[in-house]
Design a protein around this ligand. Sequence first.
Ligand code: CDT
Length: 331
Amino acid sequence: MSRIITVAAAQLGPIQKTEPRSSAVARMIRLLERAHRRGVELVVFPELALTTFFPRHYHADIAEADHWFETAMPSAETAPLFEAARRYGIGFHLGYAELTREADETGIVRTRRFNTAILVGPEGDILLKYRKVHLPGHAEYEPRRTVQHLEKRYFEVGNLGFPVIRAPMGTLDGLNLGMLICNDRRWPEAWRVLGLQSVELVALGYNTPSLNMEGGGFEAHHLRVFHSHLSIQAGCYQNACFAVATAKAGVEDGAELFGHSIIVNPHGEIIAMAASWDDELITADCDLDMCRLGRTTIFAFDRHRRPETYRRIVDQVGAVEPPVWRKAEPR
Ligand code: CDT
């Protein structure tokens, strides 16, 4: 019997700084209702879906930004989303800023802040949590930038690894689901760690500015979208999985986010793409048996991987210069 799941990327248009969580949640519930009418079983919402992308706003005292964070999930404000999803029997993926008090690696209990995503099952249980590993941007205010990107200021590097879980979803008794958050999608290492856990579907949300403010020179708008799609398509092909990649889109607090949410199959093909910069639901039927071809042939990891030659991947962070070639002295 084939294993088909109907999934959706629930793209959100901009959430302005003044828009309350209750309004963002109401918009998400409207998308869930639309998803229900289309027979969707799993909905993926964007990164930091409950508020504006607040890392563009600088606070000298980090605690002043705590009002952007969630201390409980579900909370009073997000409970209606959980209730709606349970009513429709739809699972969902939600990105949010997480504020928690927990022990660090030295055992000291302290306040910690993460860029987090959860997978919620069709009965409303939280099945999996992931905390973003690849945090882009900078930690201090940069006057040369017209838009700040302060993820390194507000978040710690995620400490949960890249988990995959076999989750009950829709009519399936199990779907191997993993998560990435935004910038993670550009790192093949992250995809491969998911691939090594037989991931079948990667849920990922993103907030990507249309302008590269990193100071490395001009990057055309179409290349920003191209590189996002290229990374997701390559990740799916090389790990024989589907991805549902959902954007927050449009002009938010005066800064443009490029949208272009997509659903990708294990061949690396885009099978659905958002056309607006607004709240928009795109859907696809994903036959999970399609994952088998890649993982039993060209990407049969057990037969073809050579980890003994990959040492640098885990031992080294930055690139080193190669040795200079020199013509051998005549003997
Ligand atoms: N949210 C996020 O991770 N955005 C990054 C852009 C960072 S530019 C400093 C991305 O890779 O899409």
